[in-house]
Design a protein around this ligand. Structure first.
Ligand code: ZN
Ligand code: ZN
Length: 256
């Protein structure tokens, strides 16, 4: 299995996963042109993608789903509540091929299984995902809300993970955001901090299954890659390879 983050963070999210002849995109928060160009730079044709799977109704995850569908012919996998919430907020345009799933459900693409895990984030009906194929498990875990029951065990059950490491608590406290927004981010339906992701990885490192983690959905104002890496590195030393997902560009190709 291989995976590429095409972009990650509040400006837009999109992750490409390819395994067993199946090609999937998770979220459509960047433009069709950007997604196509960044995939082409890695030798991939966006028109060959089998599905775009949407995590939740926030614009940075769903904004361009209609374009992905109409321009590249991708079926859109989304929960009914996520689609309803997003449709009332942003213009998705006409969707002729919508396939519904439940936020606690499973999707099968040939031999590839995608498991949805409901999240307590403040979307209408959000989910995180595990892609399973050939005995390997990749987690796509952002916009998590808080460290909910089962999350620690879930991370430890993976071979690799894109894991939310959104903010540094001191930077958030000292930063320019208004009080209500600071409260939303650190609250139970917001985002995970560097410390929270570090603790999840520290526990996973004890299990020895997790090989790499790509720290994802980093805040521009309340975090930076160096700080996120420092906090997470302190928790896992060299036991897990750490990457960061760029807010405005694609990563390299990661192998699971
Ligand atoms: Zn987001
Ligand atoms: Zn969100």
């Amino acid at each position: 299995m291989i995976a590429i983050s095409l972009q990650s963070g509040s400006s837009g999210n999109c992750i490409y996963v390819e395994t067993s002849g199946v090609r999937l995109l998770f979220d459509a928060g960047i433009s069709g042109v950007q997604a196509a160009e960044r995939l082409a730079a890695h030798g991939r044709d966006i028109r060959a993608v089998d599905a775009v799977i949407i995590s939740h109704d926030h614009g940075d995850h769903i904004r361009h789903a209609g374009v992905f569908h109409r321009k590249f012919g991708l079926p859109v996998y989304v929960t009914p509540a996520t689609l309803a919430a997003a449709s009332s907020r942003c213009t998705l345009g006409k969707l002729r091929d919508v396939r519904h799933f439940r936020s606690s459900g499973k999707l099968a693409f040939g031999d590839v299984l995608v498991e949805a895990i409901p999240t307590p984030h403040d979307g209408a009906d959000g989910s995180a995902f595990v892609v399973q194929s050939g005995g390997k498990r990749l987690g796509i875990l952002t916009d998590l809300g808080h460290v909910f029951e089962g999350l620690t065990a879930l991370v430890s059950s993976l071979d690799a993970v894109f894991l939310e490491s959104n903010y540094d608590p001191d930077m958030l406290a000292a930063g320019p955001y208004p009080a209500y927004l600071k409260q939303r981010i650190r609250g139970p339906r917001g985002h995970l901090s560097n410390q929270e992701s570090a603790e999840l990885l520290r526990r996973a490192a004890e299990g020895r299954r997790l090989k790499w983690a790509c720290l994802s959905h980093l805040s521009e104002q309340n975090n930076n890659p160096e700080q996120a890496l420092k906090t997470n590195r302190a928790a896992v030393a060299e036991r897990i390879v750490l990457h960061t997902a760029d807010r405005y560009a694609a990563t390299g190709v990661f192998t699971v």
